[in-house]
Ligand binder design. Structure first.
Ligand SMILES: [Fe+2]
Length: 195
C-alpha cells in the first residue's frame, strides 16, 4: 500500500480547542519510556475505575476531558463524548498511544499506511488502506508512531467515555479533512496552541 502525493504543500496556520501541556520531554528520572502495552494496561485499569469515570462531567454540547497522570511521564486524558461526536482525522506525530472505552462505545477509523512527514497539502490514498474497529466498553487498542485515525461516538443517544495515553506527550497534532480517497492537511496544532 502506498500514498501518492497529489500536490506539494505549504505549512498551514495552527488553531486549538483541546489541551495538552507537555512538550517532547524525556521521562522524569527513574522512569523508562512506557511501551504501547504499558500505556494500554494503564488505560484499561483507569477505564475500570468506576468512581473516576463517574466523576467526569458530561456535556451534551461537546466533548469534555480531564488530565490524568499517565505512566512514565506520558500524557493521559479521560474524555467524554456526547452522542454523534468525533475527533476528525488526525495523527499524533512521533508519539505512541493507547485508548480504552470506559462507557458506551467508540468507533475508530484508521489508515494502514505511513503518511509522509511534511511537504504536502493533499494526498491520494490508494484502495485498501482503511481499517475500522468497534470499541465497546472495556475494549481498547494501542498504536505506534505516526498513527492516523478518527474516533467517533456513533450512538444517537448514549454518551461514551474513554481513557487515552500518549508517549512522549503529544508534540503536535496534524488535522486532516478527507474527501473520498483524498486526504487534505488542514492545520497543525502544537502544545502552545492549547496551553
Ligand atoms: Fe487520536
Amino acid at each position: 500500500m502506498s500514498v501518492s502525493p497529489a500536490v506539494p504543500s505549504s505549512s498551514p496556520s495552527a488553531s486549538a480547542s483541546s489541551a495538552t501541556s507537555n512538550s517532547l520531554a524525556a521521562p522524569a528520572s527513574g522512569f523508562s519510556a512506557p511501551t504501547q502495552s504499558e500505556l494500554l494496561d494503564f488505560a484499561r485499569r483507569t477505564a475500570a475505575d468506576a468512581e473516576l469515570v463517574a466523576s467526569l462531567p458530561l456535556d451534551p454540547e461537546g466533548r469534555t476531558w480531564v488530565r490524568l497522570e499517565g505512566p512514565g511521564g506520558s500524557e493521559a486524558w479521560l474524555i467524554g463524548w456526547p452522542p454523534g461526536s468525533g475527533t476528525g482525522w488526525h495523527d499524533h506525530a512521533d508519539s505512541v498511544g493507547a485508548f480504552v472505552t470506559a462507557a458506551g462505545e467508540l468507533k475508530e477509523y484508521s489508515l494502514a499506511v505511513r503518511l509522509p512527514t511534511d511537504g504536502w497539502k493533499t494526498l491520494e490514498l490508494t484502495d485498501g488502506v482503511d481499517r475500522e474497529r468497534r470499541l465497546p466498553s472495556g475494549k481498547g487498542r494501542s498504536f505506534g508512531r505516526h498513527h492516523v485515525h478518527e474516533v467517533l461516538n456513533e450512538s444517537a443517544e448514549e454518551h461514551a467515555i474513554s481513557v487515552h495515553a500518549y508517549y512522549p506527550p503529544l508534540p503536535r497534532i496534524r488535522r486532516y479533512s478527507r474527501t473520498g480517497q483524498v486526504l487534505r492537511l488542514e492545520h497543525v496544532e502544537r502544545p502552545e496552541d492549547w496551553q
